[in-house]
Structures are given as C-alpha cells and as structure tokens.
Design a protein around this ligand. Structure first.
Ligand SMILES: Cc1ncc(CO)c(N)n1
Length: 237
C-alpha cells in the first residue's frame, strides 16, 4: 500500500466529519449564516498570509528548481487566485473584503499555524508536505463531492467557491493535491518507518485542524479574553 493511501485511509473518519460539518453542508445547500462567513474570511485571510511564510521556509530546505517552483506557484496561488473564493463569501455576506483583512488568529487558527511551523522546524520536507497536504486535499474532496451532488448549480450563491476548489490543473488533469501525494510517496519510500509515523501524525492533526477551522468559524470561537489580550501594549514594560 502506498503511503499516501495509508494517509487517506487513516484520515477517513475526519474527512467524513468535514463533509458533514454544518458550515460545509451550508456551502452545498446555499445557506451559511453571515457571521460564520465573515469569521471564516477574517481567519482564512490571516491564516493564508501565514502559510505564505511557511512555504518560504520550505523553500529554504530545497535545492531542486522544480521543487522550488512548486512552492513558488503555491505562494502565487494564495496571493493571486485564492482571493476569489474569499470574494464569493464576502459577496454572499454583503461585506467588503478589505474590511476583513485585519484579524489576528483565533485559537484554532493559531494552533494550526503553530502546528505548521512545528512541521517546518523538523527540517524534513516529508513532514512539511504531510502537514500542508490536509489543506488542498480536504478542500478538493469537499468541492468534488459537492460537484457530484450538483450543488454547484446556478441557484447556489456558493457556486463560484465550489467550482474554484474542484478545478484540476488544466494541462495535466491532475490536481495539486495529487501531485503532493506523489511527492510524499517518493519521499516516504526513502524514509524510515519512524519518519513515516511522524509524517502521519502531522497529516492527521492537520486534517483535524481543518475540521476545527470550520467549527471555529461556524460558532465564531475566539479567545475568551480577547479584549484583554488585544488591548495589551508594551508601554508599561
Ligand atoms: C484553513 C484552510 N484550509 C485549506 C484551504 C484551501 O487552500 C484554505 N483556504 N483554508
């Protein structure tokens, strides 16, 4: 069994819970509460900005130009393409995207970002890719399933969001997530079983954190002492 198949098999209960999450179901049925959409975009905007920095860290581990290009493309994708699904949510919520670009990470986003940095700190590309893969993989799975359900019909205000994440790489007909699984398999074949176990942990925790990210937005879960934390300044120190 390929390592990527093992990853997917172990993540199945989490993936099922993501498909069934009320936020994700709401995208399919065309209704998500406005507060949830706003909280999501605020958090995702800052989360993706942090992701760019994590990709940049990954680039420092590479020498092969094709591999470097992969991460450079991923950065370009976040900066120039992934703003589109955010605009879809903003349009439905009736808010200006520019208004949602100043948030600080809520607890689960903070945890997810810290988890990614922890993977990067191991210095192993296998861990970085495994931790990162939950991101494109789960979104692609969500969108594909919703396309199969014909949720991306003209009447659905989230059609643009679903179509965006269901898209494949036009030339090769493979998705970014397929390419990453291939890359993970190549690295895993040279790894020890302990290293594979560590990568598995990074992947599964990222999958759970994807579920948590939807949950956090749906219920707008923020720091309990947000005002205290965000009003603190260093002026007395
Ligand atoms: C939290 C999260 N995971 C995955 C994606 C898809 O890239 C995203 N935009 N945000």
């Amino acid at each position: 069994m390929l390592f990527s198949e093992e990853l997917r098999a172990h993540a199945q209960p989490i993936m099922t819970a993501i498909h069934e999450h009320p936020f994700v179901r709401g995208i399919a049925t065309g209704y998500v509460p406005r507060e949830a959409l706003i909280f999501y975009v605020e958090q995702d905007f800052q989360y993706l900005s942090e992701f760019i920095k994590i990709y940049a860290t990954a680039i420092t581990k590479l020498t092969d130009r094709t591999e470097i290009k992969f991460f450079a493309n991923a950065i370009d994708f976040i900066l120039n393409s992934e703003i589109h699904p955010h605009h879809v949510f903003c349009d439905v919520a009736g808010v200006q995207y520019e208004m949602l670009q100043h948030a600080t990470p809520a607890p689960k986003a903070y945890l997810y970002e810290s988890h990614m940095y922890r993977a990067a700190d191991t210095g192993l590309l296998l861990n970085i890719l495994a931790a990162f893969q939950a991101c494109p993989w789960t979104y692609h799975e969500i969108a594909n399933k919703q396309v199969q359900e014909k949720a991306n019909n003209q009447a659905n205000p989230f059609k643009g969001w679903i179509d965006f994440y269901a898209k494949t790489d036009d030339d090769s007909q493979t998705t970014v997530s397929d390419q990453i699984f291939d890359w993970i398999d190549r690295l895993a074949s040279d790894a020890t079983s302990l290293q594979r176990e560590e990568a598995m942990q990074f992947f599964l925790k990222s999958c759970e954190l994807e579920w948590q990210f939807w949950e956090q937005a749906f219920y707008q879960q923020d720091w309990k002492f947000k005002k205290t934390i965000s009003s603190a300044t260093l002026k007395h120190i």
